[in-house]
Design a protein. Structure first.
Length: 257
């Protein structure tokens, strides 16, 4: 996929009078946003025929800096609002940009049923394994044993695997990348936008200020290195045993049907 210079992305897609962002130093959302916009560019997205629907929290600001029509939804309702827009104006590209807590906790039912119906919307879910903006509470993706403000001794529940949940519910496109795999992320976003049907793109992004501090994960560099070390490409994963994949996660295009 052709590279797009950052200066070109800024000129074309960003509302520069709203910069700099509110995100903490080392946050993965800025890097991920750049990769996503390269995917938009590669898919030939028409800004005048695209609506971005944002959730609440850190990732709820991802669309606020962009030169698109943007709907800011209430907590957990981004997919419901996006579904309404798509049904009323089916010619529009409708893209949800929300966090793991927003999408899978209070918004979990909307997520499951939009996937089941295979509504032609794209959900970009930023997963930092924690509620970052509101105080570092556990989210539906917090790993078992990880610490958070509401689990200072370690979380004792099992997390959701958003990609498997989407697949089981009926999503026709599912992909995953990280803020350390920017070219892969751009490609998955491009392919999801060109796909007709419900698409989930999970973006694993580091949160040094909340998840990193609670779990002594180091700085942003250390957390990016962790993403690289624990990510396995889907082609490689097909050749590995369950034991070999036990502490890994699979990245790439996981479902297309």
């Amino acid at each position: 996929m052709a590279r797009t210079h950052t200066a070109d992305l800024l000129d074309r897609y960003f509302l520069k009078d709203r910069l700099p962002t509110i995100w903490c130093p080392g946050c993965g959302l800025g890097t991920a946003n750049g990769a996503i916009l390269r995917g938009f560019e590669a898919a030939g997205v028409d800004q005048d025929k695209t609506v971005l629907v944002n959730g609440i929290g850190c990732s709820g600001r991802t669309a606020a800096y962009l030169d698109f029509d943007v709907l800011k939804g209430t907590h957990g309702r981004a997919i419901a609002f996006a579904t309404g827009i798509k049904l009323y104006r089916p010619e529009l590209n409708v893209i949800v940009m929300a966090g793991d807590g927003d999408t899978l906790a209070i918004g979990g039912n909307h997520f499951i049923h939009a996937a089941r119906r295979d509504v032609d919307i794209k959900v970009i879910m930023f997963n930092n394994f924690i509620y970052g903006m509101t105080g570092g509470q556990v989210s539906p993706t917090t790993p078992t044993g990880a610490k958070a403000s509401t689990a200072p001794e370690g979380f004792n529940e099992r997390p959701f695997d958003a990609c498997k949940l989407a697949e089981a519910a009926g999503a026709s496109f599912v992909g995953r990348a990280t803020s350390a795999h920017v070219q892969l992320l751009s490609k998955i976003v491009r392919d999801a936008l060109l796909h007709k049907g419900f698409a989930l793109i999970e973006v694993i992004a580091q949160c040094p200020q909340q998840f990193g501090r609670w779990n002594k994960s180091g700085d942003a560099y250390d957390m990016l290195a962790w993403e690289k070390d624990h990510a396995v490409r889907v082609e490689q994963a097909a050749k590995m045993s369950p034991d070999e994949l036990a502490d890994k996660f699979v990245v790439g295009e996981l479902v297309r049907r």
